[in-house]
Design a protein around this ligand. Structure first.
Ligand code: HAM
Length: 424
């Protein structure tokens, strides 16, 4: 008899390993509930055309592809984003925005097997569709932070960039799409001479060189410096401003960003704005990564829809927990919707959101800039327990309005008593 083993890069997860994976999956589902992402299940087998459009050469060349018995070119999904984009362009075309969708399951890439790198691995995936606001971008970073913190991971760090900065320069200089891809890829690998040799224009080279040299400890100073470097390129400047806004939302909610990387570009081709990854010091591979992709839905034939998302590698998170000697636990909670009344109260409102989440509640933040009536309508539709309304006059008194959406009662509550009142 042959000595049967799993196929190279594939693993059997025995009882204890399956138990641990399920614990992480339960936590990922809690995060989805807490941030109000509805779970959807899509097929593992997708059309090859769908999953290869706008992914990246790296992923395209490492897909498990085959012809099915009906002679269709298909592939095992290498990620969830394309499948979710397919849903949003078809069956969910008319669903109300924002749409927050969560998926969890196995994905497949023919990567070289090594510690933390498998050919079958698990991802928890969160996509927020329909908002182009910086608070939506911030939500995906905060959600990732929440997930890792809730699991008890002791030390991890975020690496953040914005694809619109370099793309803004290259677009304005009319550099061809193919060359742009090469330049971004080479700059990400820090092969700057090789990257610059792809470009003819000396001015562009010197602006890009300037970006490479931007260094510092303070994330806001670095972003400001990047803005100065690209001052002659309007789209790149807007991208730096956008990054600054996102960082303000994230930092003011108690999540620290450790490095801003002007030349960082993630592999996937669909990104148009913020990009980020999270790592632990003990491993050189990322535990999760995501970013903004505002053109994919349109490219798939849907109505133009801004979108931002993240995927977490559950096997790598598991590995990081083991390395840091952490025993992960389960957690539970109530559904709250926080509405800022007016643009200038968004930062304060997001602070409240994060504080409530840190206390283990399921909290969704209003990211559509809607008036209170519309926002409450949405909160009722989503069957939330409470709305926290952050208004200027109440805030002056150190209070917010707490509306019980089940009993239809509303009271003003001092911020320091908010959590206690909700938990009563
Ligand atoms: P990604 O960076 O390709 O992004 O993958 C996300 C995570 O999957 C990685 O950070 C890593 O933890 C895990 N991962 C990737 N390859 C492997 C592997 N061979 N073995 C184990 N874990 C692995 C995406 O997949 C995008 N769809 C994320 C996204 C969602 N962007 C917007 N929305």
């Amino acid at each position: 008899m042959p000595d049967f083993k799993p196929v190279r890069g594939m693993r059997d997860l025995l009882i204890e390993e399956t138990k641990q994976l399920n614990l992480i999956i339960r936590n990922a589902r809690k995060v989805a509930k807490c941030y109000n992402y509805g779970e959807v299940t899509t097929p593992i087998v997708e059309s090859h055309e769908l999953v290869s459009a706008k992914s990246s050469d790296e992923i395209r060349n490492r897909m498990f592809t085959f012809q099915d018995l009906g002679d269709r070119a298909v592939a095992l999904r290498p990620e969830f984003t394309a499948s979710i984009a397919r849903l949003v362009t078809t069956v969910l075309k008319k669903a109300p925005r924002p749409m927050r969708l969560f998926s969890i399951g196995s994905v497949y890439r023919y990567d070289e097997p090594q510690r933390g790198r498998y050919r079958e691995f698990w991802q928890s995936n969160y996509e927020l569709m329909g908002s182009n606001k910086p608070e939506a971008d911030a939500e995906l970073i905060l959600l990732t932070n929440y997930f890792l913190k809730a699991l008890g991971l002791k030390k991890y760090f975020f690496k953040v960039g914005h694809i619109g900065i370099i793309k803004g320069i290259l677009d304005q200089e009319r550099v061809a799409e193919k060359t742009q891809k090469e330049v971004l890829h080479l700059m990400d690998k820090k092969e700057y001479d090789e990257a610059f040799s792809q470009l003819k224009n000396d001015n562009v080279k010197s602006v890009l060189q300037g970006l490479v040299e931007v260094k510092g400890d303070d994330i806001f100073e670095i972003t400001d410096e990047m803005r100065v470097q690209v001052k002659d390129y309007s789209k790149a400047r807007d991208a730096a401003d956008n990054l600054m806004e996102i960082l303000k939302f994230v930092a003011s909610s108690g999540c620290s960003i450790d490095s801003i990387q002007p030349t960082f570009s993630r592999g996937l081709e669909y990104y148009t704005g913020l990009i980020f990854e999270v790592q632990v010091p003990e491993l050189e591979i990322s535990l999760g990564g995501g970013g903004r992709y505002d053109r994919l839905i349109e490219l798939f034939g849907g109505i133009s829809t801004p979108a931002v998302g993240v995927a977490h590698g559950l096997d790598r998170i598991n590995l990081a927990l083991q390395i840091q000697g952490v025993e992960a636990k389960d957690q539970k909670a109530k559904k709250i919707f926080v509405i800022p009344i007016g643009e200038d109260l968004r930062i304060k409102a997001l602070n409240i959101v994060e504080e409530l989440r840190n206390s283990g509640l399921f909290v969704e933040f209003e990211v559509m800039g809607r008036k209170m009536g519309k926002a409450l309508e949405y909160a009722n539709k989503c069957k939330m327990d409470y709305a926290v309304i952050v208004g200027k006059s109440e805030l002056k008194e150190g209070s917010v309005a707490l509306r019980n959406l089940v009993k239809h009662e509303q009271i003003n509550v001092k911020l320091e008593n908010l959590l206690k009142k909700i938990q009563e």
